[in-house]
Design a protein around this ligand. Structure first.
Ligand code: CO8
Length: 256
């Protein structure tokens, strides 16, 4: 079944909805994901949570049955299409959170790595097992995992294809935290409550500055930070935030 978008006030939850195949990403599901991401962009949501239907899986990766027998060009286009969608998630104006409620393998973990934050239930298991299929990750895993946890651990996971559990993933630095399996979504909402009342453009400046740190030299990165922090300063929200501090009251940000 198609992935679903559900609005919970100002948080939108995107649920992969193919539990019979452990929410594996067929190309048609990727297409639908692309459309839903455009809907998220047009919405008033202040945070996106991505999770999987059922109690077994977040997402077991690309649909292996569909990957068989494709031409080289089709495979390249498929990889680039998946990368493009995950890139859009990474660069959304709002922070995103992968709620990993079970298996997250291959493209599933790559989807989670494109999110700003990752939480998992204690039963979650994850890895990049492509090597066992004679493949390597194609939806950003080699790039985002090494950036997230460093080359040593990324090589270990990608070259052995091994599975790690939620506790190990936390230690590896893949996860921001663990959630209670029985109230996972509530815990994810609570995580989002830590930032969702902040100014959205300012959150986006912070997210962009951190993301761009991987693409540029320290010298250029510092320039980017200086530019973005000045842009943040020039918004009314910065005035409000500092004024509220001085007046000893909570700030009321207006996203401009
Ligand atoms: N693709 C298609 N179907 C899947 C997938 C998958 N990735 N994973 C599970 N399924 C299906 C199974 O075939 C099974 O269906 P059926 O009942 O019709 O046989 C159903 O889901 C349930 O799965 P299992 O019976 O295997 O469930 P278990 O609990 O025994 O095992 C596992 C769960 C360990 C998660 C196991 O299903 C598994 O190993 N799945 C594959 C995980 C994997 O290797 N993922 C990586 C895929 S490759 C990838 O993601 C590359 C991304 C980049 C590609 C770029 C190219 C365009």
């Amino acid at each position: 079944m198609s992935p679903q978008l559900q609005f919970h006030e100002d948080i939108v939850v995107l649920t992969l909805n193919r539990p019979e195949a452990l929410n594996a990403l067929s190309f048609s599901i990727l297409d639908e994901l692309n459309t839903l991401i455009q809907d998220v962009k047009k919405s008033n949501a202040r945070a996106l949570i991505i999770t999987g239907a059922g109690d077994k899986a977040f997402c077991a990766g690309a649909d292996i049955k569909e990957l068989m027998g494709r031409s080289r060009q089709e495979q390249q286009a498929g990889s680039e299409f998946g990368q493009k969608i995950f890139d859009q998630i990474e660069h959304l104006q709002i922070p995103s959170l992968a709620l990993i409620n079970g298996y997250a393998f291959g493209g599933g973990l790559e989807l989670a790595l494109a999110c700003t934050f990752r939480l998992a239930t204690p039963n979650a298991k994850m890895g990049l097992p492509e090597i066992k299929l004679g493949l390597i990750p194609g939806y950003g895993g080699t790039q985002r995992l090494s950036r997230a946890i460093g080359i040593t651990k990324a090589n270990e996971l990608i070259l052995t294809g091994k599975t790690i559990d939620a506790e190990q993933a936390l230690q590896y630095g893949i996860l921001n935290g663990l959630v209670d399996k029985h109230k996972a979504l509530d815990d994810a909402f609570a995580f989002c409550a830590q930032f969702k009342s902040f100014s959205l453009p300012v959150l986006n400046f912070a997210k962009s500055a951190v993301l761009r740190s991987f693409d540029v030299s320290l010298h250029e990165g510092l320039k980017i930070e200086s530019n973005l922090s000045t842009l943040a300063y020039s918004l009314n929200d910065a005035n409000e935030g500092m004024q509220a501090f001085i007046e000893k009251r909570p700030p009321s940000f207006k996203d401009h």
